[in-house]
Ligand binder design. Structure first.
Ligand SMILES: C[S@@+](CC[C@H](N)C(=O)[O-])C[C@H]1O[C@@H](n2cnc3c(N)ncnc32)[C@H](O)[C@@H]1O
Length: 346
């Protein structure tokens, strides 16, 4: 079918603005990542408000600072007043090192990884989909330092959400929480701090649970929160849990693997236990939300493990096939993330 006829007056008002914004959007992430890696926002927050002083503090030529800072002003990351520079309010809250709400490492690490994967989109899309998935872990979990950087960045990013989730009634009603792909332990630690009866197990790759151990110890919950190092596909899941969760850890895998992992959680749970999934979710007609659609495409670009973003119905069907009952799937209203619940029959 050819393109439907369009109104000629509408056609003459069309411009290339929208297309140009998309074509050159990479410059925005590059400016932000450079400012983060060079500690520009932290320097400004410390009172280095003039380019020459900032140049000394972040150790790059003054001409580079002058150009970078102008680009930051263009993006409204930084404001210029009386020839001095100040961070925008959100930048000052989230992108200044040392503040409790600091998330700059996450945006720098993930932003750079994203940039590197998107730039090779065409050769990646030409690659056939590997037939066996879930077998090779992404390289950064094999390197202790990269695993640590990633786990710490995610801990900081998810901590506020973890604290909010900790007050949900399913935590108050369960006794052993199995946090599958639990990262540095943010959800388990917050839940154990809020629910004093609760025990939890953080299951993740060995290099990640090593970081979780440190957070658990300094959070004062080491008597109730333990770790189990392993791989979803090769390691038996600990038994005895009456609540299990995959928070943001299924998107890395394709449909067959997701079904396998949901079946595996079902088998590990006690009768009457519940499974919760929080992950990207695409709407049924695959028209949004945009961030979930981008994630779905981007996961195809990862050579290690092409993942998949599921719809609510696909999640529902995985749980039903596994044997779960009381299944509920809620797509995020203003977010690309959706929420899934199922109970194992008694
Ligand atoms: C996106 S992070 C989410 C971390 C945490 N649940 C959160 O929401 O903040 C996904 C986590 O799943 C873990 N993971 C992914 N595949 C895994 C596998 N095959 N075995 C063990 N852990 C895995 C990763 O190491 C990572 O910590």
């Amino acid at each position: 079918m050819t393109q439907p006829e369009i109104d000629k007056s509408l056609e003459s008002s069309l411009t290339t603005d929208r297309i140009a914004n998309m074509a050159f959007a990479a410059c925005q992430s590059s400016v932000l990542i450079a400012a983060l890696e060079l500690d520009l926002f932290t320097a400004i927050s410390e009172g280095f408000n003039e380019p020459a002083k900032i140049a000394e503090r972040i150790k790059i030529p003054a001409d580079s600072v002058a150009r970078l800072i102008c680009a930051c002003v263009g993006l409204k990351l930084v404001e210029r007043r009386n020839d001095k520079y100040y961070n925008a309010l959100d930048v000052d809250k989230f992108l200044v090192k040392g503040k409790p709400s600091y998330n700059g490492d996450y945006f720098a690490i993930q932003g750079k990884a994203d940039y590197n994967s998107w730039k090779d989109i065409v050769p990646a899309l030409r690659q056939p989909v590997p037939s066996k998935k879930g077998t090779k872990k992404p390289y950064y979990f094999e390197d202790p330092q990269s695993a640590r950087d990633y786990a710490v960045a995610l801990y900081n990013l998810a901590w506020e959400t973890a604290q909010r989730f900790a007050t949900r009634d399913y935590f108050s009603r369960c006794s052993l929480f199995l946090d599958l792909g639990g990262g540095a332990g943010q959800y388990s630690i917050a839940a154990a701090q809020e629910n004093l009866h609760l025990r939890a197990i953080v299951f993740d790759y060995p290099n990640v649970v090593a970081v979780a151990e440190e957070y658990i110890n300094k959070s004062g919950v080491s008597d109730r929160v333990k770790t189990v190092p392993g791989d979803f596909f090769d390691t038996e899941f600990p038994s005895g849990a009456d609540l299990a969760a995959y928070y943001a850890s299924l998107q890395a895998y394709g449909p067959d693997d997701v079904q396998f992992l949901i079946n595996k959680a079902f088998n590990a749970l006690e009768p009457g236990g519940a499974l919760i999934i929080l992950d990207y979710m695409i709407n049924e007609d695959k028209t949004g939300p945009p961030e979930a659609l981008f994630r779905h495409l981007q996961l195809r670009l990862l050579p290690e493990n092409p993942g998949y973003v599921n719809t609510a119905k696909e999640f529902h069907d995985y749980l039903m096939k596994a044997g779960f009952i009381e299944i509920r799937v809620i797509a995020g209203r203003n977010s690309p993330m959706g929420w899934v619940f199922g109970r194992k029959p008694k």
